[in-house]
Design a protein around this ligand. Structure first.
Ligand code: BDP
Length: 575
């Protein structure tokens, strides 16, 4: 249902009462998917309610099926009406939700679909709003619109909206694929969930092998072996086609679903990250879904180009900073062999905000990890679930003991939930400079963001490197776990030069990155280095962010390389 929809801001929250579920009194057109902020002057900083509306014709031939509406990402809170009746509500951007709408549809006539989207920065949400104290990063950034995080709070229907139909009686509801390796065989376990308590039969086909599925209470499992399997990895991202089917008494398929799978294993063991049993080293970046005009709206040309540029640099990995990315981006990662650290939007959490806020956020974060794993569990490219970025325990540099404890309880639960839902992938938590070290031990892999030589030790890379080395060796002694430096970098004005290197120059960015990579190269427990950031990106306005931008990209916002991108290419491309 991508295309132009009707759109109206609703600052007074006139809401359903005014009949807006059926007709918008003063609408203009907006593209879906897209953020609203860069399109209309009066919408740039609007974080309140806004209405989307369109019409869709459903043929009566669909009558015997079950029809669903699927919203790819509505940032942040959404409510959906079909012909004036509420069919779904959802909290949290970046993850899809689905509503069964058969009962609300009219046939061979237009149906009115209305969706409200609202992106208020509220204390109890994930990511949270700044609240009154405005602690954490918000206290430092002090920008407008006020956020607890360092990127622009883009809002809107950010991904595709789908209308689809499935067979009314039995249909496939979910497929879960897990893979292991025995000798040179790939062992593929497939679990299929069908709606209701389907007790019929099914089939699963992988390459040219087939297995039967015997459903009981809506679930069935099969295990298939692939002799001499081509294992998925950055050098050979081989994908195997897999199809699951439900079949009737005559063996005819009544429903089917196809996907591409990668056979691989991943584990954090002995201070290393192992991919197919071999130590893996992550070379890459943190990113954003961010581009002029589209904002955070799905931008497939951007994605294709970004992968092209990451490969040009020799990167094999990135983190979905600071929220789940588009499903198309995950498909591309599978195909291109990228190793993805997949992150829920738990950024800007401050455990000094009190028990009520913590309790509300836990509920949100638990839902987000469930929704993310449900969406991305079958992507071989996802190798680690990341449960948070830079949580705080009070003000920056002051770790209040009660806040540390509250955070420990919170993250233990979140981490256990990730493992319960997916025992096949390691977890991670990314810590802020000066944050509570004990939180780093909760996941299987340690993630740290470090800016010695930028936020501390400005202009003094020698001193910065000494602090960095001491800290890394200490973390290694303390936890013995593999460590990924998930962020390190400097703001850099493209075209600004200085010799000897000075802050904000292209030379300083290059030198900073070189020094950090050298420190990591001497330490085998440093299993990954992600430069912050792939490209310059939009932030709120404030004294910390010139031109409302974070300039830590190694590419500019329009994807032109800075000197550091050329340096990374010289360092990373395997020749
Ligand atoms: C870290 C955050 C990231 C920021 C970055 C920076 O994780 O989102 O953009 O530092 O300050 O605090 O550039």
């Amino acid at each position: 249902m991508s295309g132009l929809w009707r759109f109206q801001l609703d600052p007074q929250e006139e809401d359903e009462g005014a009949g807006w579920t059926r007709a918008l009194p003063a609408s203009r057109m907006i593209p879906v998917p897209c953020s609203w902020n860069d399109l209309f002057d009066d919408a740039r900083d609007h974080l309140g309610l806004a209405w989307y509306q369109t019409e869709v014709w459903t043929p009566s031939a669909w009558r015997s099926q079950r029809v669903f509406l699927r919203v790819g990402s509505a940032n942040y809170a959404a409510k959906v009406w079909v012909n004036g009746t509420v069919v779904a509500e959802h909290q949290g951007g970046h993850l899809p939700f689905v509503a069964g709408i058969s009962a609300q549809l009219v046939w061979d006539r237009p149906n009115i679909i209305a969706i409200t989207v609202e992106n208020k920065q509220l204390l109890g949400r994930v990511p949270p709003g700044p609240g009154e104290g405005g602690g954490g990063v918000a206290g430092v950034l002090g920008g407008y619109p006020a956020t607890t995080y360092d990127f622009f709070p883009y809002a809107g229907l950010h991904r595709q909206v789908w209308l689809y139909a499935v067979p009314a009686e039995a249909h496939i509801d979910d497929v879960t694929v897990t893979t292991t390796v025995e000798g040179s065989d790939g062992v593929v376990r497939v679990r299929v969930d069908a709606v209701g308590d389907y007790a019929g039969r099914g089939r699963v086909r992988l390459n040219d092998t087939e297995a039967d599925l015997a459903f009981q209470a809506g679930a069935a499992e099969a295990t298939l072996r692939v002799p001499s399997a081509r294992l998925w990895g950055p050098r050979d991202p081989h994908l195997y086609p897999l199809t699951v089917m439900l079949v009737d008494g005559q063996g005819r398929a009544t429903d089917s679903y196809s996907l591409e799978i990668g056979i691989r294993t991943v584990e954090a063991r002995g201070g290393r990250l192992l991919l197919n049993g071999e130590p893996a080293t992550l070379r890459g970046v943190g990113k954003h879904e961010d581009f002029p005009l589209h904002g955070r709206g799905l931008d497939l040309p951007m994605w294709v180009r970004d992968y092209e540029l990451m490969r040009w640099m020799g990167a094999n990995s990135y983190r979905t900073t600071h929220y789940p990315y588009a499903e198309e981006a995950m498909d591309l990662a599978d195909r291109l062999g990228f190793l993805v650290i997949n992150e829920i939007p738990a950024v800007g959490l401050n455990f000094g905000d009190g028990p009520d806020a913590n309790a509300q956020r836990l509920e949100q974060a638990m839902r987000q990890i469930r929704e993310l794993i449900a969406r991305d569990k079958n992507h071989p490219s996802t190798i680690i679930w990341n449960i948070a970025n830079e949580p705080f325990a009070g003000e920056i540099g002051v770790n209040q003991p009660e806040a540390v404890e509250a955070g420990t309880r919170f993250f233990r639960q979140l981490n256990a939930e990730a493992h319960r839902l997916d025992p096949t992938r390691p977890t991670m938590l990314v810590g802020v400079m000066g944050g509570p070290p004990e939180w780093l031990d909760i996941g299987d892999v340690v993630g740290i963001n470090r800016y010695y030589g930028w936020y501390t030790h400005p202009g003094q890379l020698d001193a910065a490197v000494r602090v960095l080395e001491a800290e890394l060796d200490d973390l290694h002694r303390r936890f013995g776990k593999p460590i990924v430096m998930t962020e390190f970098g400097t703001d850099t004005l493209p075209g600004h030069h200085a010799n000897p290197p000075e802050m904000w120059s292209e030379e300083y960015q290059t030198e900073f990155i070189r020094r950090y990579l050298d420190v990591a190269a001497a330490r085998p427990f440093m299993v990954g280095m992600h430069v912050w950031n792939f490209a310059d990106f939009k932030t709120g306005q404030g004294t910390m962010r010139a031109a409302g931008m974070n300039f830590k990209g190694v590419f500019t916002r329009d994807r032109r390389p800075k000197a550091a991108a050329h340096f990374l290419r010289s360092r990373w491309v395997e020749r």
